[in-house]
Write a protein that binds this ligand. Sequence first.
Ligand code: SAM
Ligand code: SF4
Length: 266
Amino acid sequence: MYDCYNRRINYLRVSVTDRCNFRCTYCMPEEGITLLSHDDILSFDEIVEVVSYGVSQGITKVRITGGEPLVRKGIVTLVEMIANIEGIRDLSMTTNGRLLAELAVPLKKAGLQRVNISLDTLNPMKFRQITRVGELADVLKGIEAARQAGLAPIKLNCVIKSSSLEEDAQQVAHFAKEHNLEVRFIHEMNLEKGYFTRVEGGDGGNCATCNRLRLTANGLLKPCLFSDIAFNVRELGTEKAYELALNKKPRSGHTNSTGSFYNIGG
Ligand code: SAM
Ligand code: SF4
């Protein structure tokens, strides 16, 4: 699949829930969010249909995200259903890691290949401040479980305020090196204000080479994180939604006033 600017689109990021067991300060308000109703959320079959069609058109790389994907009921079954779609060469997940200690092995068995785990600091107090409810120790156990399960390469997603030279970021980098993990530094962004930059160590945020489409938990196919453009797969049908998303993918993003990280998945 190619968009209007001749960018090859082969990467689909699938948000499977807007719910989360953390409340990171840069992502969600403390009181939580108005949750989508059960009926609004795509069923497993609907998700598989959208992914399968994408794969038939040239998607080879799929990332499962959220909200927190591991809080979606039956996530292991969903991963297995997606893994069974022929043509996906790279199936990954972005998770906060809180539930990985118990789910890493079943996820690997279901066909998940690798994980990105979010880790902004190694200081337990700061970790609690950032996530508002999370325990650093749980995530460290999750990282170890992912390693043992072979969900590799494991990449750590580290959100930074202004520089990867910040103390917390440096400690995460050191931890990554020690444990043979990769690390990506993501500048804290603001969708509404249009603050976005390239991801250090990753491909995100570079419009010229963007190869992505995004599917939200409620079935919006979005060609750009930093734009309000979205096409509803339920209303339009999968094929039409893809056609429009490809045709309307902007050359570069500006602002997004209708979506947030927790419902688009970052
Ligand atoms: N809950 C999972 C997690 O935290 O890894 C997956 C969803 S989360 C929205 C995906 C990624 O977006 C995480 O790595 C998170 O750190 C990042 N993220 C969330 N809000 C952000 C913001 N305002 N700026 C930059 N990255 C953000
Ligand atoms: Fe939840 Fe991930 Fe957002 Fe943190 S960044 S609140 S873990 S969705």
